[in-house]
Write a protein that binds this ligand. Sequence first.
Ligand code: NAD
Ligand code: UFG
Length: 331
Amino acid sequence: MHILVTGGTGYIGSHTCVALQQAGHSVVVADNLSNSKKETIDQIKKITGSRPGFYKIDCTRETAVDRVFSEHHFDGVIHFAGLKAVGESVEKPLKYYYNNTLSTMMLIDACRRYDVKRFVFSSSATVYGENRAPLVETMPLLPATNPYGETKAISERILSDCAAVNPGWSVALLRYFNPVGAHESALIGEAPSGIPNNLMPYVTKVARGKLKKLSIFGNDYPTADGTGVRDYVHVCDLAEGHVAALNKLTRGVHIYNLGTGRGTSVLELVRAFEEATGVKIKYQVAPRRQGDVAECYADASKAKKEMGWQAKRGLAEMCLSAWQFEKNYGQ
Ligand code: NAD
Ligand code: UFG
C-alpha cells in the first residue's frame, strides 16, 4: 500500500515508517518539523534502505494538504501529527484544539475528496479519563483531565461521525498507552527538547548525568509500592500495531488499545532500567503530580483477537534501547 504518514519524522511516526517499509509498503511523510528534524528521514533510509517521500507542510493548511494528496494516490493515511505536551495544553488550550482537531479535519476532508478510505488515528489512553484499569475499549469515555486529552476524544468523535456517512471507510482509533524505547539500531528514538516531562526520557537523562536525580511523583497511591502504575509499551511493538491495523482493517470504525496489558510502577521501571543497563538512578520522592491517576493499563485482548497483534518486547528491551539511543543522540 502507498501510505501518507503525518507526523512521520516524530517519535512514534518514524518507527512506524520503518515498520511499514519493512513490511513492503511505500511511505510519504508530511510533517511541519515543529517537534522533529528532517534528518530523521535519512535515519529511516539507513535502517530500511529506502527513503520515504517528504513534505514539510502544516496539516492544518488546506492547500498544503491538498497538494500532497493531488500528487499521490494513497491507499491510506496514518495521522500522527499533533502536539502532545499535557502541561502546555493546559496553558495554551487554543493552540492544542486548533492544531490537533483542525489537522484531523483537513485530512478527513482530503480523504473524502481523493477517495482514500483507510484512516488510522493516533489516540491516547488519556481519553479514558478516570475510568479504572484495566481499561477496555467499550468503556464510556470520561472527560480527559486536560485539553490535550480532549483533542483526542474530539478527533475520535469527528472521525466516527464522518465514517458513518462515508460507507466503505475503514477507521482505526488506536489508543496508545505509554510508548517508550527506541529502534534497535539506536538511529531513531525519543529526543524531547528541554527537560523531559515523561518518565523514561527523564530516567535516561539522569543516567547520563545530564539531570541530577529523578523526582518520583508520589509514593502514597493505592498501588503495590505506592508509586504510579502505567502500561509501558515498546515503540517498535506500537509501530507494528499500525501495520497490523492497516492490513486487518475492515469497514467501519474500530477502536484498539495498544498496550501490553501489564502495569509497571515507577519504582519497578527504575529497577528494571538499573538491571538492564547497570547504571544506578538517583531519585527522591516528591509530591504527586496534578492530573495523574494511580493506575493506567490496558485490557489488550481486543487487538490480539481481531488484529493478531500483541506486544512482544519486555521491559528490559525497552530500557536498554532507550539508553542506547540516549547515549548515541541525547543532547
Ligand atoms: P512527536 O512530537 O514526536 O511527533 C509528532 C509529530 O507531528 C512531530 O514530528 C511534529 O513536528 C508533527 N506535527 C505536529 N503538528 C503538526 C502539524 N500541524 N502539521 C504537521 N506536522 C505536525 O510525538 P509522538 O510521541 O511521536 O506522538 C505521535 C502521536 O501519538 C501524537 O498525535 C500524540 O498525541 C500521540 N500519542 C503519543 C503518546 C506518547 O506518549 N508519545 C501517547 C499517546 C498518544
Ligand atoms: N513520573 C515520575 N517522575 C517523572 C515523570 C513521571 O514519577 O519525572 C511518573 C508519573 O507520575 C506517572 C509515570 O511516571 O506515574 C508515567 O508518567 P509519564 O509522564 O511518563 O506518562 P503519563 O502516563 O503521565 O502520560 C503519558 C503521555 C500522555 C498520554 C498518556 C497515556 O505523556 O500524553 O501517557 O497514553 F496521554
